[in-house]
Design a binder for this molecule. Sequence first.
Ligand code: UDP
Length: 351
Amino acid sequence: MKSILLTGGAGFIGSHTCLSLLENGYEIFVIDSYINSSRKSLENVLKILKKKYNRNLKNSLNLFEGDLKNVRDIEAVFQKANEVNKSIEAVIHFAGLKSVSESMAYPLCYWENNFYGTINLLKIMEKYNCKNIVFSSSATVYQTKINQLLNERDKCSPVNPYGQTKLAVEKLLKDIYKSAPSEWRIACLRYFNPVGAHESGLIGEAPFGKPNNLFPQITKVAIGIMSEIKIFGSDWPTPDGTGIRDYIHVMDLSEGHISSLNYLLKEKPQMITLNLGTGKGTSVKEFIRTFEKINNVEIPFSFVERRPGDNAFVVADNSFAKSILSWEPSRNIEDICRNGWNWQVMNPDGY
Ligand code: UDP
């Protein structure tokens, strides 16, 4: 039997994707350093499955603590998988650091974790003849355009080290693909703004410390852990003056991974780059208002200066992903607000 390895599988997007993979009958291995994630996320994934299907899938989920900076940690997983006759067929590579502001303060750390970590992973994949990979890239690789949807052929020019590391890995993957195009199957998934939580409220986003992103701050203000949202700029060239983003429900995103993996494994070797977004933009103010209305809570906010490196409008043209995958986001901003709030209320302190 073959299995799928998820690096960073205990994190926000990783844990939701573990759930979708297990639901779809996959056998999975996870390697996670737990520096930004919790073991409880995957315990809760098993709880959700137990409750929904009355099945204990513990034996289909093989957990390894390890860091991609240490090549031996990665090899240990591939070795173990071979030993138990569940060799790894494909990797979904989530592991990496993801804060834009932190990446500007600690670029070396970001390059080491995100780039060097991926080199180690690819070396071991080659050694074990595993040549199928789905990589977590980001919309931050794009050079943004004013009020136009971004498509995969648009120019890339990241403005911070985090985005640079994502684009560098995409380029590395391209070189690897070109070195053996009849062997590699590679998908680079450019995420827009993943938010929300699984509807059970058992798994969700649990950043350590004060969150940087908008949505976890909204839920923290709603529950009283933070006093208000500081909106970065009121004079953007958008209808209400606040920044517009493409917020995608984490379950739609995780299902996008399953579709991408299924596509790769059934089609001929190739490299594809796909935007995973909804194609719909929501402003900061609209997001706050929708959250208030759906959940009947108040979210105080005030305006502060624009954040360096921010953009007015970052929204996906997702037509390519929709056309080649049998996938389409099915949840809207209201679902995001409802599920994200449920997660926050059920887990006021995270995991
Ligand atoms: N934002 C904000 N206040 C915050 C955090 C974010 O006004 O404390 C805005 C930000 O300027 C952007 C949107 O919310 O327009 C989404 O920001 P986030 O950091 O969540 O994601 P990004 O798209 O920047 O990666």
